[in-house]
Design a protein around this ligand. Structure first.
Ligand code: SF4
Ligand code: SF4
Length: 290
């Protein structure tokens, strides 16, 4: 089984559009939406939820008011100022260190499981999708990414599917790291701006840290041919596959408005390029180079 990740140095580069298009073009695959802070691949895939599960992040402190004697010791030692004057713990500030529970003379503090989000297995028009939703201001997105990826891999093995396509989170934080482990090939999507180049370099370096082979592609490449040229040169100099350019194309936006992806709706210039890029990516994954 192979695993392909689609990542980007920042949000809004067209990463999910590409992931949706690959979902349409790949024959035998399972999709894993690992952009758990802002999951939106499902918007392109019209999922029917088959399974829904709770995701528990770190434990949080809870003060039992009927036992608490308001001695103030827990407030004094909480480094995160998570305990208010009325001895109610602010769930967002609590880091789950359990120090308050240890020092409370009345054993009034209980560490409780905290439901931080949900994850799902869904049927879509292009096959199975594992996706998730992290609660607002909840942390542990790296752990949730690992849950999503673990389930996608398990389903692929169970159903004899030979490819998992991971729509990774943007940036270079913990969830991206969790998206890159065990990946055979990563497509880095960028746009032709100086900040796009800078962000792409950072995420490429993160992928290389995990010894993941990467390919670079420039979306809306015709908006700034000069920087697109710089990106190509950077790829050549750095020994990175340059996968191609996708031109700005209004049909991409029209397809999104219709809840589809551009390769479903016809043969626009962007759709043609994405099909070519998919062929290259598929060859890279399966030809033994990766
Ligand atoms: S240490 Fe225990 S008893 Fe004292 S204020 Fe905190 S919760 Fe209440
Ligand atoms: S668990 Fe740690 S962070 Fe949370 S309220 Fe207690 S001392 Fe503060």
């Amino acid at each position: 089984m192979k695993q392909l990740a689609i990542i980007s140095g920042k949000g809004g580069t067209g990463k999910t559009t590409l992931a949706g298009a690959f979902a349409c073009l790949a024959k035998n695959k399972i999709m894993a939406d690992c952009d758990v802070d802002a999951a939106d691949l499902h918007l392109l895939l019209s999922p029917k939820i088959l399974e829904e599960h709770d995701f528990f992040g770190m434990e949080k402190a809870f003060i039992k008011k009927d036992i608490c004697i308001s001695c103030g010791k827990c407030r004094e030692i909480c480094r995160f100022n998570a305990i208010g004057k009325t001895y109610i713990v602010d769930k967002i500030s609590c880091e789950g260190c359990a120090f308050c529970a240890k020092i409370c003379p009345e054993k009034a503090v209980e560490m409780k499981k905290n439901q931080a989000g949900k994850w799902f297995v869904s049927e879509t028009k292009f096959g199975l999708l594992v996706h998730a939703k992290l609660g607002i201001a909840e942390e542990n997105s790296g752990k949730l990414v690992s849950v999503v990826r673990g389930k996608a891999k398990e389903l692929a093995q169970e159903k004899g599917v030979d490819l998992v396509i991971v729509d990774g989170p943007p940036g270079i934080g913990c969830p991206v790291m969790a998206s890159l482990s065990e990946i055979d090939f990563a497509v880095v999507v960028t746009e032709p701006t100086f900040s796009g180049l800078h962000d792409a370099k950072r995420v490429i370096s993160a992928a290389r840290h995990f010894k993941v082979e990467v390919g670079l592609l420039v979306n809306k490449s015709d908006l700034n041919p000069e920087i697109t040229g710089k990106m190509k040169s950077y790829a050549e100099e750095s020994n990175i596959s340059f996968l191609g350019e996708i031109p700005f194309d209004k049909d991409v936006i029209n397809a999104l408005i219709a809840g589809k992806n551009v390769v479903e709706t016809g043969n626009s210039p962007a759709a043609g390029r994405i099909r070519e890029i998919w062929k290259t990516v598929k060859d890279r994954i399966y030809d033994g180079d990766t």
